[in-house]
Design a binder for this molecule. Structure first.
Ligand SMILES: [Zn+2]
Length: 178
């Protein structure tokens, strides 16, 4: 395995397997403590126009671009793309594209994050059907503005939001722990 391999960068043993949420998801073989960095999401980086050109060319789908700033996206590499959305996730994307544990995650659990927390407030046209089996499943996931307020504030207060989302929501920047 070469040094640049995303799997090598992961501190935890992650694997792809069939998911009850849908298709394949990413699971952990190891216990992951709350706050730990699980993975760094990487891929081809560019503007929304650039992502749209990749979509038009049939190279990616509309769900493959991770928004990391107001007009910056990452076309996720295949492994990173495999993390499923959940309306009550156990992980979150923070800073620019770091996936961290939102709570302790047990061996064998699927690692999920809330896609909506990465979708800018202006992208109200983005919608995805959800059947994540969480008690509070929203059924349709859309931009960050559609996350119920109590859940959004939970993400915010626990430093589980991307920097640009905190700016978009007009919330004061919190001190990061550790
Ligand atoms: Zn859901």
């Amino acid at each position: 395995m070469n040094r640049n391999s995303p799997l090598k960068a992961a501190r935890f043993r992650l694997y792809s397997a069939p998911s009850k949420i849908g298709g394949h998801g990413i699971f952990t073989e190891d216990f992951i403590q709350k706050g730990s960095q699980i993975y760094t999401l990487t891929g081809d980086k560019g503007s929304l126009d650039y992502m749209n050109s990749l979509i038009d060319a049939g190279k990616i789908t509309v769900d493959d671009g991770l928004q990391i700033d107001s007009d910056t996206y990452i076309s996720l590499e295949p492994f990173g793309k495999s993390f499923n959305h959940c309306c009550e996730p156990n992980a979150a994307v923070v800073s620019e594209s770091d996936l961290i544990a939102a709570r302790d995650i047990l061996p064998g659990e699927e690692v999920t994050y809330d896609y909506s927390a990465t979708v800018g407030i202006e992208k109200t046209w983005w919608k995805m059907n959800c059947n994540c089996l969480a008690a509070s499943c929203r059924k349709i996931a859309s931009s960050v503005g559609t996350i119920p307020k109590h859940r959004l504030m939970y993400y915010y207060e626990n430093n589980l939001l991307l920097d640009y989302i905190v700016v978009q929501l007009n919330l004061p920047k919190l001190k990061k722990n550790g």
